[in-house]
Ligand binder design. Structure first.
Ligand code: ADP
Ligand code: MG
Length: 252
């Protein structure tokens, strides 16, 4: 496996408080890598350091062979970072927003092709503020692809979405991975991590407590003698919901 991101002994202090306590991990080229952990675990801090948006306290980070300390500009060129949806001018159309971002990156973009990829072609002339929650998330993922990045960073992209919109986003993220882009994602949804991530790191209070494929983590827990407290039903409430309301998106 080719490592495209390498993090070694990364620490981050905010004043006296150590939010990231010496973590090390590699992200392989072409995988979806998940960072999971409770609120305040240090996920966003870690991502923003790798994205060159936040200073680290110590440790080494390389991205696509570029040293974070010496070549942050080179790193910026080959990554795509998802903005908070509040970061978009609400009154501009989707096409105008894409051209605006394309200009910032000095990149010729085919706006319609990008919108087609995220299933928003017929919203091309709509203003950002007129989109539903799921559409806003799809659009913000599209904007991460403007500079044709090798790696994209998605920090809780499905938080607050309904089950249909969440599943729709999973397919989009898989498509992006299948086209060769490496994806780093954070999420609080374990079903999502299990479905989407090739490997995950579980981070708690600034430390990585486990790093493996979802399958191997589950197998290891079972092998340790773990048993569910009661008989597991063959379906979940989410299965019921999707079964009753279907997979189709409602927003469009
Ligand atoms: P996560 O994304 O896993 O929820 P964060 O990386 O946002 O966690 O935050 C990790 C810890 O660092 C939290 O305790 C948070 O309160 C603290 N923290 C984050 N940003 C700052 C900041 N700019 N100044 C001080 N403390 C911060
Ligand atoms: Mg966070």
């Amino acid at each position: 496996m080719n490592s495209i991101i390498s993090v070694k002994n990364l620490t981050k202090k905010y004043g006296d408080f150590e939010a990231v306590k010496g973590i090390s991990f590699d992200v392989y080229q072409g995988e979806i890598f998940g960072l999971l952990g409770p609120n305040g675990a240090g996920k966003s801090t870690t991502l923003e350091i790798i994205e060159t948006l936040r200073n680290k306290t110590s440790g080494e980070v390389t991205v696509n062979g570029f040293d974070l300390d010496k070549q942050p500009g080179d790193i910026k060129q080959i990554i795509g970072v998802q903005l908070q949806t509040s970061g978009f001018y609400p009154g501009l159309s989707l096409v105008d927003l894409i051209h605006l971002f394309g200009g910032l990156y000095n990149e010729e973009v085919n706006a319609m092709e990008l919108l087609r990829m995220v299933n928003l072609e017929d919203k091309a002339k709509s203003k950002f503020k007129e989109l539903s929650g799921g559409q806003k998330q799809r659009f913000s993922i599209a904007t991460t692809l403007i500079n044709k990045p090798k790696i994209i960073f998605l920090d809780e992209p499905t938080t607050g979405l309904d089950p249909q919109a969440r599943r729709n986003l999973w397919e989009l993220i898989r498509n992006i991975r299948d086209k060769g882009t490496t994806v780093i994602i954070t999420t609080h949804y374990m079903d999502e991590a299990e479905y989407l991530c090739d490997r995950i790191a579980i981070i708690d209070s600034g430390k990585i407590v486990s790093l493996d494929t979802p399958d191997k983590m589950i197998d290891a827990l079972v092998a340790s003698g773990f048993e569910r407290p009661k008989d597991v039903k063959k379906a979940t409430l989410e299965d019921v919901f999707i079964n009753l309301t279907g997979h189709a998106l409602r927003e469009d």
